[in-house]
Design a protein around this ligand. Structure first.
Ligand code: NAD
Length: 420
């Protein structure tokens, strides 16, 4: 009883539940399971900073380096009021499997600061970011741990992080973070990469399900880096984006939202609040809208036992990390809703982050067409492997993805051996 209660509130618990299902099918021995269900390192620290008004405040910062078996830790930095050690650990755990499932030479990491960036000025955000980076100087670096943007952080955040790190170690190190502005070592195509990956996976699966992209009804929760670019790219491919949302609410237009208009509106007003290009509905109604493709691209635990049975999408593409609880996932399997799991669906971002890291180290930058072509090739190749394993073992894509990822991490771990 107590375990269930913990599971239902813990995001890391959701991740472990998915891991356990795949580990059981792989007959993974208890020792390996123990290693892989424990984070390598969890760091918690205080971030004292001065408001523009002169007052002092203290926020809490986190960095979790979950696993290094396949390479340096890799994962974003989140600035959000809901950031906790549990959430950051879960996100670092998922990064481990995500990097493995798309076959990148990285482990998993994630970080965050419990703060509300929408209430902070640019100067305050810069001070918080620089203090956050300074606290981590010894444990990050191109061969140690490479952060990137996540919810509430942007290329500008990465520029401050990179500058702070470079000042501390007295040399320019572009490859310490990815998702930087182009002018200081960013990669072409990185900003759109997660949304692009979402649409690449969705289009591929739609063709398998016989859903014609032309006029297919798409609903997207979250209109940030992932959701907005996904919406634009779905529209570009002829889909009808009928619903969008952000923290201010949701908007429905059966004839199709004008996505570029919504983008302009959100950029001008900092969010979609007051957008008139669709009827105002609740976020709960948005997730239950009749559609072909549903893309949760906001936060964890959006699809739960509360609403899963009312979801009417044929295909669920997880742009966000952990948007579906294991209980809701089981309901989707019963209902025959096809789910492309987060560790595959949103892996476009980390894939182009890897390309950025490679370009920074080589000091040679690729054209956007090359980035996009390599991204598509890598995602489709690894998605095909998931499909193959899913068919072979008669399991859902999520379980197949975890099976592939776990096997890859375990192989590296066994080759390296456990140093003791
Ligand atoms: P973001 O900060 O750019 O955007 C988040 C969006 O979600 C905003 O539009 C916000 O208003 C909205 N939102 C927040 N709470 C909401 C709610 N309760 N209901 C509806 N909308 C809500 O963040 P992002 O980078 O787009 O990340 C979104 C998700 O995608 C996260 O789960 C993140 O971990 C995941 N992800 C991001 C990347 C990346 O490259 N940025 C890569 C992989 C996965």
């Amino acid at each position: 009883m107590a375990v269930t209660a913990v599971r239902e509130v813990s995001v890391f618990g959701d991740g472990i539940a998915y891991f356990n299902e795949a580990a059981a099918l792989l007959e993974l021995d208890p020792g390996m399971r123990a290693i892989l269900t424990h984070p390598s390192r969890q760091i918690i620290f205080s971030i004292p900073f001065q408001r523009d008004s002169g007052e002092f405040e203290v926020f809490t910062g986190y960095r979790v380096q979950y696993n290094f078996a396949r390479g340096p830790a890799k994962g974003g930095i989140r600035f959000h009021p809901g950031v906790t050690l549990d959430e950051v650990t879960a996100l670092a755990f998922w990064m481990t499997w995500k990097c493995a499932v798309v076959d990148l030479p990285f482990g998993g990491g994630k970080g965050g600061v419990t703060c509300d960036p929408t209430t902070l000025s640019m100067n305050e955000l810069e001070r918080i970011t620089r203090r956050y980076a300074a606290e981590l100087v010894e444990v990050v670096g191109p061969d140690k741990d490479v952060p990137a943007p996540d919810v509430g952080t942007t290329p500008q955040t990465m520029a401050w992080f990179m500058d702070t790190y470079s000042m501390h170690i007295r040399q320019n190190v572009a490859g310490v973070v990815t998702g930087k502005p182009l002018e200081i070592g960013g990669s072409r195509g990185r900003v759109e990469a997660t949304g692009r990956g979402v649409t690449i996976c969705a289009m591929d699966q739609m063709s398998h399900l016989g859903i014609d992209p032309k006029g297919a009804r798409v609903v997207i929760q979250g209109f940030g880096n992932v959701g907005m670019y996904a919406a634009k790219l779905f529209e570009e491919r002829g889909c009808n984006v009928v619903g969008i949302s952000d923290v201010t609410g949701a908007y429905y237009n059966g004839a199709g939202i004008n996505v570029n208009g919504a983008e302009e509106y959100a950029k001008k007003n900092h969010n979609l609040g007051g957008f008139t290009g669709g009827d105002r509905i609740t976020n709960a109604e948005l997730l239950e809208t009749d559609c072909d493709v549903l893309v949760p691209a906001a936060l964890e635990k959006q699809l739960t036992t509360e609403n899963a049975r009312r979801v009417r999408a044929k295909l669920l593409v997880e742009g966000a990390n952990g948007p579906t609880t294991p209980e809701a996932d089981r309901i989707f399997q019963e209902m025959g809703v096809c789910v492309i799991p987060d560790i595959m669906a949103n892996a476009g971002g980390v894939t182009v982050s890897y390309f950025e890291w490679v370009q920074d180290r080589a000091g040679y930058f690729w054209k956007e067409a090359e980035v996009n072509a390599r991204l598509e090739e890598n995602l489709l190749e690894n998605f095909a492997e998931i499909r193959r394993i899913a068919q072979l073992h008669n399991v859902a894509f999520r379980t197949a993805a975890y099976m592939i990822a776990i096997e890859r991490v375990v192989t590296s771990l066994k080759l390296r051996g456990v140093y003791a």
